[in-house]
Design a protein around this ligand. Structure first.
Ligand code: ADP
Length: 467
């Protein structure tokens, strides 16, 4: 069932319930009011006629007997007297045509009204009053009148409702169907546009309706999703292109070396030199592939963390120590500022990996001065902030927004190409920092130096990828 029909159906059902409730209340009240009025009139006549009953006789009788019938008595109604055994003893009008109901003969002092049908099928309202003598019930007086008019009125109202309610439902259903069409038109349009969007044509966007309603919000949300998807696809394509490019370089080198070795026979030393170059290119490829795989795992959320309370100070010391020889070789001052101990819940391997990447860059891109790693409690007193600052060449402002993207390398890096410099270190560190529930930020000034700040929570609570 389409949304339009469902809306109309809900509308009709709600209206049906409301109308039935209303009809029930109105009918009930009408029946009550009409009968109350009739009963009051019958009660008044009955009370007056009671004064005419001769209670001294053996059986209840009207006195005097030559009295004329009461003025209200038309053809339909009657007044009659009944003795304690339920026998009719006297009356006016068509009083013999209606049987005496046994349960009518226990009326309360103020009277009892019942519906009865006369022999001719005439609907009657029969009002019974006890006849009292010295506080003793000596018989009963019944006043009856037709309730034809009441039944007619009620019948008319019932018939009107019986026709009116379905008619109202039909009209309301049709109107809802008609009204829903323009309201849902933007959705139909959006469905069509959305169907036309594919991975290849991700530049298309849904038309956003002007009215600021749910459909407007849906279109905006959908378009925002498309923006993110398009960006992700672009990143993916660029990643593949860059990765192929990076892999081609060592493969070309390996093939070149192999060809060089094969084109004529050489001395064992020459072969060894060729094989050693091939080995170092293959190692470069292995490192590259390893980093790509880690990045892919981290990005797809498949990298599992082994979270445990870790004193990060010894961990940081070890990493700094590993870089001391390289720093010394370049004449750089590699320093560490840290409290005696600082424990957070984290994944030691991932944290080590990030710090290695940052120190590696610091040492690589700094030619004089030094690199400093400082460990502090986080700004909010919770968690930790690790800062790697150097006095190197700095990162040009136009490069800053891109350095966390895979394979992005500054000119500096390209010139120094060699080792593991493929532009994946910061991308991986950035993703790992997020995986640890924290973030990696950079500030840099040309000619002055670069500072990376790794901010980690005391506990990456609620993180999905926990081993
Ligand atoms: P790479 O393998 O090229 O070092 P990274 O992802 O680690 O790749 O870094 C990306 C780029 O960011 C580098 O090519 C370099 O241009 C720049 N960069 C990173 N760290 C520093 C730093 N400490 N000083 C200056 N430039 C840096």
């Amino acid at each position: 069932m389409t949304l339009r029909w469902r809306l109309a159906l809900v509308n009709v059902i709600v209206l049906l319930i409301a109308l039935l409730l209303l009809a029930g209340i109105v009918l009930n009240q009408l029946v009550h009011d009409l009968y109350e009025q009739l009963d009051r009139e019958l009660g008044l006549i009955g009370a007056r006629e009671l004064t005419q009953v001769d209670i001294t006789a053996d059986t209840p009788r009207f006195a005097p007997t030559d009295r004329r019938p009461p003025p209200e008595m038309g053809l339909a109604g009657f007044i009659r007297l009944i003795d304690l055994q339920g026998q009719i003893t006297d009356g006016w009008g068509s009083y013999t045509t209606v049987p005496v109901l046994p349960h009518a003969l226990t009326p309360p002092p103020q009277g009892l009204a019942l519906n009865q049908t006369g022999e001719t099928g005439l609907p009657l309202r029969v009002f019974t009053l006890p006849i009292l003598a010295d506080n003793q019930v000596v018989g009963y007086l019944q006043v009856a009148d037709t309730r034809e008019e009441i039944e007619e009125t009620l019948g008319f109202v019932r018939r009107s409702l019986l026709i009116g309610i379905p008619l109202a439902l039909l009209i309301s259903g049709l109107l809802s169907l008609l009204a829903a069409r323009p309201a849902l038109r933007p959705l139909t349009q959006m469905t069509r546009s959305a169907a036309a969007i594919s991975a290849e044509a991700l530049t298309e966007r849904l038309p956003v309706p002007k009215a600021k309603d749910e459909v407007h919000a849906l279109a905006l949300a959908f378009n925002a999703t498309l923006d993110r998807l398009a960006a992700a696809f672009t990143r993916q394509r660029r990643f593949t292109a860059d990765a192929s490019h990076e892999l081609r370089t060592p493969v070309t080198a390996i093939l070149g070396q192999a060809e060089f070795g094969l084109n004529r026979s050489r001395t064992p030393e020459a072969y060894r030199a060729i094989l050693s170059r091939i080995q170092s290119e293959a190692e470069r490829m292995q490192r590259l592939i390893g980093r790509m795989l880690t990045l892919a795992r981290v990005e797809s959320g498949r990298q599992l963390l082994a979270l445990s309370p870790t004193d990060i100070v010894p961990l940081v010391e070890t990493v700094v120590d590993t870089f001391q020889p390289r720093a010394a070789a370049k004449g750089l001052n590699l320093t560490l500022e840290a409290p005696p101990t600082l424990t957070i819940v984290t994944d030691a391997d991932s944290l080590t990996q990030i710090l290695i990447n940052l120190l590696e860059n610091g040492v690589t891109y700094t030619d004089q001065g030094g690199v400093n790693l400082s460990v502090k409690q986080g700004a909010d007193g919770n968690g930790v902030q690790l800062t790697v600052g150097d006095t190197g060449a700095g990162i040009p402002a136009q490069d800053l927004p891109y350095i966390f993207e895979p394979f992005y390398r500054g000119d500096e890096s390209r010139h120094r190409s060699g080792g593991g410099k493929v532009g994946l270190g910061l991308a991986l560190s950035y993703e790992l920092a997020q995986l640890l529930g924290g973030r990696l930020e950079v500030t840099s000034q040309a000619q002055t130096g670069t500072t990376f700040a790794l901010i980690l929570p005391a506990n990456p609570e609620g993180y999905r990828n926990v081993a």
